[in-house]
Design a binder for this molecule. Structure first.
Ligand code: AMP
Ligand code: MG
Length: 490
């Protein structure tokens, strides 16, 4: 195993509390991500599963690790909580991966920290494997995300509504700095620390801004652009994060904290699955607006850095960025939706393409068509087999006039290989909620990881339709989806 580095610990004293993982009584390796370990340049090939379980339960810490719990605050469902912090997670340190990118390696579920606020610091195997599979699926779908390096059963019993087997997730992130990290220090009016944090973030995520006199304003713009890219990608795969609190929005632009998340089946902007989101604050269609709201909370923390002598001026500059967010988002969404429709960008066609895409979504919604399959079957239409698409609609002619409009638009461009590019933009397999639950129940209740491993294999190759996997492409029975509720991953 290579030596870890600790720039967060070294450069940001006062931003964390050191801690150490709780001892796991009998660690068992549930899952290890060899591909990611390679990408990180970790030398793990010599290590057997027993050693790996020891390491990734936190029992045996690799050289150079300096476990710490990060401080952060956050708006939870709109209400500010001045102190949250890592209650059950420890950053072990960082490694520079094979592409030269610095990545955090952290344990989640490794026992209570100074921020546990009465929580037990534990995680149960179900939510750990859920985060593992969701993150890997999102990565395969091309969505920026934190990733799972390992899942280890601890041998401990975790008390929830019922006793559950405990587990630890090893999470890899571009960094774990959140909007809430900035809020923690801004709320205490410790703007020197906000500046230290901003400088650290610029060096780590936006080094090209380091010498710019407007760097803090540009940092805000950069975070806004990353979020616009991210949320557009979520919307284009039908992903509902479920708990977009400011402490769950990463400055790096990666998806973080897979708690009550879900993929939509039949398309509905009002779709909500989280049991605690009673008013639909984090509904599918609200996500762009919530990202903007969260960015405004980040902007507030940066105002004294943007212009320390004139806060009104700072505010108007920051507002420009916040007000630009919807159009940046719309641009990212349009370019993604064009790829899904096989369209090339054409000058003067933005509005037409946007309404073509919107009308398609409305058709999917009106006829309760499965979102993922609806998109994917457009590829068959391009290949001269429209029947598979039509079969998804209650009457085969429901899509005729829209298909005609789409065909006319495709005729405006000369591209060949449309089907190939569309196939790479429209997955056939996503983590179907009922299949995820089925795999987690098998792992948690019966210590049977086979369904999980099969599912993981399918969803990490989402664009490649394979014989024998038909079941993984099908939506859940309607009764399942109608009652489906997700819970916070505690
Ligand atoms: P989350 O909902 O996972 O984003 O967590 C929100 C906050 O609750 C964070 O500060 C977590 O560290 C903390 N937290 C969640 N579950 C636990 C737990 N079992 N023990 C201690 N802290 C927890
Ligand atoms: Mg969180």
């Amino acid at each position: 195993m290579i030596d870890f580095e600790n720039t967060y610990a070294d450069r940001l004293p006062g931003f964390f509390v050191s801690g150490s993982p709780a001892e796991a009584s009998s660690p068992v390796l549930l899952q290890f991500n060899r591909g990611l370990a390679d990408e990180l340049g970790l030398n793990t090939t010599e290590l057997d599963s027993e050693r790996l379980a020891g390491i990734f339960s936190g029992n045996e810490l690799p050289a150079g690790t300096q476990p710490l719990a990060q401080a952060y605050a956050g708006h939870q469902f709109g209400h500010f909580v001045p102190q949250l912090g890592d209650g059950r997670a420890l950053l072990l340190g960082e490694v520079v991966d094979r592409h030269g990118k610095r990545r955090d390696i952290a344990l989640k579920g490794s026992g209570p920290t100074a921020f546990a606020r009465g929580g037990d610091g534990n995680a149960a195997i179900g939510p750990v494997l859920r985060e593992y599979s969701m993150g890997e699926a999102m990565h395969a779908l091309g969505v920026p995300t934190t990733r799972a390096l390992a899942a280890v059963g601890t041998g401990e019993v975790v008390r929830r509504e019922q006793p559950l087997p405990g587990a630890v997730l090893t999470r890899v992130a571009a960094s774990h700095i959140r909007v809430g990290t900035f809020q923690f220090f801004a709320a205490r009016r410790r703007f020197d620390q906000v500046r230290m944090l901003a400088d650290y973030v610029i060096e780590r995520h936006d080094p090209h801004l380091a010498d710019d006199s407007e760097r803090y304003l540009l940092l805000l713009r950069s975070v806004a652009e990353r979020q616009a890219t991210l949320i557009a990608k979520w919307m284009l795969v039908g992903f509902i994060h479920g708990v977009m609190n400011t402490d769950n929005m990463a400055i790096s632009g990666e998806t973080i904290d897979y708690g009550p998340c879900a993929f939509v089946e039949s398309y509905r902007p009002s779709a909500v699955f989280s049991s605690i989101d009673t008013v639909g604050r984090y509904a599918l269609g609200n996500q762009p607006a919530i990202a903007r709201w969260n960015l405004a909370r980040l902007a507030e923390t940066l105002l004294p850095l943007i212009d320390e002598h004139d806060l009104d001026r700072a505010e108007s500059k920051a507002m420009e960025v916040i007000n630009d967010f919807p159009s940046i988002y719309e641009m990212r969404w349009l370019s993604g939706v064009r790829a899904k429709l096989g369209l090339e960008a054409m000058a003067g066609n933005d509005e037409k393409d946007r309404s073509l895409a919107q009308d398609w979504l409305e058709l999917l919604e009106q006829h309760h068509v499965d979102f993922t399959l609806g998109w994917r079957r457009l590829v068959d239409v391009v290949e001269g087999r429209p029947e598979s698409l039509k079969a998804l609609f209650p009457s085969p002619d429901a899509v005729d006039s829209w298909l005609e409009r789409w065909r006319q638009r495709l005729d405006l461009q000369q591209s060949s290989e449309i089907a190939t590019t569309m196939r790479a933009a429209n997955p056939i397999y996503i983590p179907r909620n009922h299949l995820v639950e089925e795999a987690l129940v098998a792992a948690s209740d019966h210590a049977d990881l086979a369904p999980f491993e099969r599912l993981l294999d399918v969803i990490t190759h989402p664009f490649e339709e394979r014989a024998g996997l038909e079941r993984y492409a099908q939506p859940a029975p309607r009764e399942f989806t109608d009652c489906y509720k997700t819970f916070c991953g505690t």
